[in-house]
Design a protein around this ligand. Structure first.
Ligand code: Q46
Ligand code: ZN
Length: 288
């Protein structure tokens, strides 16, 4: 079988058709572009900060944003958060630096150790602390440096597995946040997810088709994959499940006008007196 677009050597299937490397990449980029248009993710002249970990998803996002920036007329830079997870962070940082150099993308680095701790110092709910730290740093860095939005490389399976997990634990408010574009308010910067409709397998094949390096090791704190396995299992039984739920989740809903306050220590938005990030600093920092 040959590439159905140009007749060259086949590389992989994409959504029903067989394509060579170049045509696979073009079809993939076209699919991301359609999602960016469908959900009106990026406005003209917006300054986008792309959070990159070096994994397949964020590398795919960087490469596509680079391709789309002229057509959609936005500017973008990238942000790597040095979480201090031993060799994993060191390798990831090196790879991110290589990619940004190769694609000529400006790279900013924020080190968690400058706040007095690293993720390796955290005991217990590591990923929950890490998630809080990343959200806090991305938002604050973007706002303080004049960015209009933060782009993350969450893929379809990330969003759906988070949705199921949060539904299971009764965390409905979090489920409501699983949308392709969440408009900012007050001190919160807009969040966008350009890979909202892309599967993780498609992302890895795209990165390979473009010959880009990516972090292949898993974070040593990586949680169980049970929720993702469930998403794959449901999709196997009900083909089309992923895209249907994602599009339903993306529908505009009226937001509950949730009450918010400002953290007594750092001034960021929080639902209580002191934000979770400052609580984490107080708990884990070696400087206290
Ligand atoms: S980096 Fe952080 Fe992930 Fe590692 S500690 Fe967990 S959340 S697994 S995406
Ligand atoms: Zn705070």
């Amino acid at each position: 079988m040959k590439c159905q677009r140009c007749g060259s050597e086949p590389f992989e299937r994409f959504r029903g058709g067989m394509y060579c490397r170049e045509c696979f990449a073009v079809k993939y980029e076209g699919a991301v572009e359609s999602a960016v248009r469908r959900y009106r993710m990026i406005g003209e002249n917006e300054r986008v900060l792309a959070a990159v970990s070096g994994g397949k998803d964020s590398v795919a996002m960087l490469s596509v944003l680079e391709k789309l920036k002229k057509r959609f007329r936005f500017e973008f830079s990238s942000l790597f958060i040095d979480l201090g997870i031993g060799d994993y962070t060191r390798n990831s940082k090196r790879i991110v630096e290589d990619i940004c150099k190769k694609l000529d993308i400006e790279l900013h680095v924020v080190r968690l150790c400058d706040y007095g701790f690293t993720i390796d110092d955290v005991s217990g709910k590591t990923c929950s602390v890490c998630g809080n730290v990343k959200r806090y740093i991305m938002n604050r860095f973007a706002r303080e440096n004049g960015f209009d939005s933060v782009a993350t490389g969450h893929c379809a399976e990330d969003i759906l597995s988070n949705f199921l997990k949060n539904l299971y634990s009764g965390n409905i408010q979090w489920s409501e946040k699983q949308r392709p574009r969440l408009d900012g308010y007050d001190r919160m910067v807009t969040k966008i997810r350009p890979l909202y409709e892309m599967g993780e397998r498609e992302n890895i094949l795209y990165v390979l088709s473009r010959g880009l390096p990516f972090v292949e090791d898993e974070c040593p704190h990586a949680p169980s994959t049970i929720w993702k396995e469930m998403v794959y299992d449901i999709e196997r039984r009900i083909p089309g499940f992923k895209i249907s739920v994602l599009r339903n989740l993306a529908r505009e809903r009226r937001e509950d006008s949730a009450e918010y306050r400002y953290c007594r220590i750092c001034g960021e938005i929080t639902s209580s007196d002191i934000c979770q990030f400052c609580r984490n600093v107080a708990r884990f920092s070696r400087n206290q």
